[in-house]
Design a binder for this molecule. Structure first.
Ligand SMILES: C[S@@+](CC[C@H](N)C(=O)[O-])C[C@H]1O[C@@H](n2cnc3c(N)ncnc32)[C@H](O)[C@@H]1O
Length: 270
């Protein structure tokens, strides 16, 4: 499996990419090759997911990021697609929402990728109903996209992961998603998105203020570590920018599926 090179990676991410290149691998059940790896914590977008998946599990359980409403809205649209679908899940985490969005029989094949092998170890359990139709890759999502064959998937899905990419990589993300999708396929994108006209600094302040009042089941330490991650690693964009990137990449249409504060789901038609 080819490792990620420093080409096409913006300077501030190069150091991170070079350091993780050595631990990328095709994930096999029960392996956890990230254990003991030395990763620089500064601006490493997955450090918090490597160190503390249990905290994120609590965030999902308490529905602080509206996974419940978003998965239900996504299921509604996916139910309209006839037949079984081949799915690529970018930044799949523990894949806990896949069972909420699809009946097992609805999935032909499922490929999930994530840089956190801790998350993938949990994903394996959530994907058990799919048996050998599910494959997990401990890989960078852009590398997986670049190496995927064209017109290969019916659904590309990415939830709360794409906002980690800088803007130029987001444009590439849309181009690659469009390329790997079959005709009439769709990109389902759930993510945090800034309000139109909201600056990144205002977004950080408001999101963190909301977290302080609402995310009460997290300890102070857990909240602090997520807030640190948000301020250094999150780059949410407003929907208008994502829509124009999608149009530039050749997506035919876009549809908002759900909006809960900054948490949104969109469908982009190939
Ligand atoms: C907030 S979690 C979302 C997990 C899951 N998709 C969900 O909706 O609950 C973000 C995930 O994206 C992964 N991630 C971040 N950047 C990534 C990249 N460049 N390639 C692959 N995975 C990435 C992290 O390891 C983490 O598991």
């Amino acid at each position: 499996m080819a490792a990620v090179g420093s080409m096409n990676v913006p300077p501030y991410r190069q150091r991170f990419h070079l350091r993780i290149a050595s631990i990328m691998h095709t994930w096999e059940p029960g392996t956890n090759t990230n254990a003991g790896a030395t990763i620089d914590t500064a601006a490493d977008p997955i450090e918090v997911f490597r160190r503390a998946w249990g905290t994120y599990r609590k965030v999902i359980r308490e529905n602080y990021m509206f996974h419940r409403e978003i998965s239900a809205a996504q299921r509604k649209i996916l139910d309209t697609v006839p037949g079984a679908v081949d799915v690529l899940d970018l930044g799949c985490g523990d894949a806990s929402q896949i069972g909420e969005m699809f009946d097992a029989g609805k999935i032909g094949t499922y490929y999930g990728c994530d840089l956190s092998s801790h998350a993938l170890d949990e994903a394996r359990h959530h994907l058990e109903p799919l048996g050998k139709r599910a494959r997990l890759l401990c890989r960078d999502m852009l590398s997986v996209l670049r190496e995927s064959p064209g017109e290969h998937f019916d659904v590309v899905y990415s939830s709360y992961a794409m906002h980690h990419l800088p803007q130029e990589e987001k444009q590439e993300f849309f181009h690659e998603c469009r390329r790997v999708l079959r005709r009439n396929g769709m990109l389902i994108l759930a993510d945090i998105m800034r309000e139109e006209g909201e600056t990144l600094t205002d977004y950080f302040d408001r999101y963190i203020e909301r977290m302080d009042t609402d995310w009460v089941m997290l300890s102070m330490n857990e909240r602090n570590s997520i807030q640190e991650h948000i301020r250094s690693c999150d780059f949410p964009e407003p929907p208008s920018l994502l829509k124009s990137m999608a149009a530039q990449a050749g997506f035919r249409d876009s549809q908002n599926l759900e909006k809960q504060t900054w948490h949104q789901a969109w469908r982009f038609g190939a």
